[in-house]
Design a protein around this ligand. Structure first.
Ligand code: PHE
Length: 340
């Protein structure tokens, strides 16, 4: 019996030499030392032994088992460490590697221009207000003193939603909303989308952008209007810029003017951009608020006067960035947009 135990011990020790992973180690432990293992079998067979032999063999079996368990434990710890180190090596990260580059978007060039315009006007004391793109015919035309038969009212020029509701053709209805909401004095600007039934070409799009301005107070004159526009143009494009006011007609202002600005490319010298005139044409329309419009909004024209202006934001963006095709502003081609 003793020999058998010693032999079993040698077998286990030998097999242990060839073990190099945790699962085979565990299998080996179960096979020899487990409940149904080889050593248990020997203990079961002890009934056949004499009284004297039994404790001796029992002691020996236990000693050998204990020894083997210790040996297994030592190997187990060693293998576990190996696994841990392997994992650490594999999962090592190089914190000096540059990270993945996150690219940020930026605002659309038109929105950049709107924000720049709004900034200039807020510095001049104007409040920024908003108006809806879907308007009433009343706010867009009637209250602005637009005659019943004015061609711009025609279905071929304006997007009607119903007979009384349309997509605003300019930002001027914000004038009406402001005058009805606020008590003078006030100075506001309002930028946004406007819509006209235009065919698309290099300078026209059925959807475009305007910025409206309105000032109402006592003793407001054409001089205030001219000074404000002059200041604004100089602030936006540079000190050397000049403005030119040409008489014009708008139903809601009287007198009215269209304003040209020194050509941005040649600053007035005359170049190819401006066809030699030295001027960038028709950047904005303006005038003194018509007394009828004030009355329509329950402001007394004998007490108050005001001026208004409307700027073509797309035109300004095109002049500013040298863009010769308005379509580029709305196609959302990243190769174009990324330049701004
Ligand atoms: N609403 C006019 C247009 O769209 C511009 C304008 C605004 C003119 C305010 C005068 C005063 O052409």
């Amino acid at each position: 019996m003793k020999e058998k135990i010693q032999e079993l011990r040698s077998i286990v020790i030998n097999e242990l030499k060839n073990i190099n992973d945790l699962s085979s180690l565990d299998k080996l432990r179960v096979r020899y030392l487990g409940k149904k293992g080889e050593f248990t079998k020997i203990l079961r067979g002890m009934g056949a032994l004499s009284k004297e032999e039994r404790p001796v063999i029992g002691k020996l079996v236990n000693e050998v088992r204990e020894e083997l368990e210790k040996r297994i434990d030592v190997i187990k710890v060693k293998l576990e460490n190996e696994v841990k180190n392997d994992k650490l090596k594999k999962e090592k990260i190089d914190i000096t590697l540059p990270g993945d580059k996150i690219s940020f978007g930026h605002r659309h060039p038109l929105i950049q221009v709107v924000e720049e315009l709004e900034n200039v006007f807020s510095k001049m004391g104007f409040q920024i207000v908003e108006g809806p793109e879907v308007e009433t015919v009343y706010n867009n035309f009637d209250a602005l003193n637009s005659p019943e038969n004015h061609p711009s009212r025609d279905k071929s020029d304006t997007f009607y939603i119903t007979e009384d509701i349309l997509l605003r053709t300019h930002t001027s209805p914000v004038q009406i909303r402001t005058m009805k909401e606020k008590k003078p004095p006030f100075k506001i600007v309002s930028a946004g989308r406007t819509f006209r039934f235009d065919d698309v070409d290099d300078t026209h799009s059925p959807m475009f952008h305007q910025l409206e301005g309105l000032v109402v107070d006592k003793n407001i004159t054409m001089a205030n209007l001219k000074h404000t526009i002059d200041m604004f143009i100089k602030e936006l494009f540079g000190e050397e810029m000049k403005t030119r006011f040409r008489p014009h007609y708008f139903p809601f202002t009287e007198p009215s003017a269209e304003v040209d600005v020194s050509c941005l490319s040649c600053k007035g010298e005359g170049c190819e951009e401006c066809n030699g005139t030295g001027w960038s044409m028709e950047l904005l329309g303006c005038g003194m608020v018509h007394p009828k419009v004030l009355k329509n909004c329950e402001i007394d024209p004998d007490e108050y006067s005001g001026f208004a202006f409307g700027l073509g934001v797309d035109r300004i963006a095109m002049v500013k960035y040298g863009i010769n095709n308005i379509r580029l502003l709305f196609e959302n081609d990243m190769r174009f947009l990324n330049q701004f």
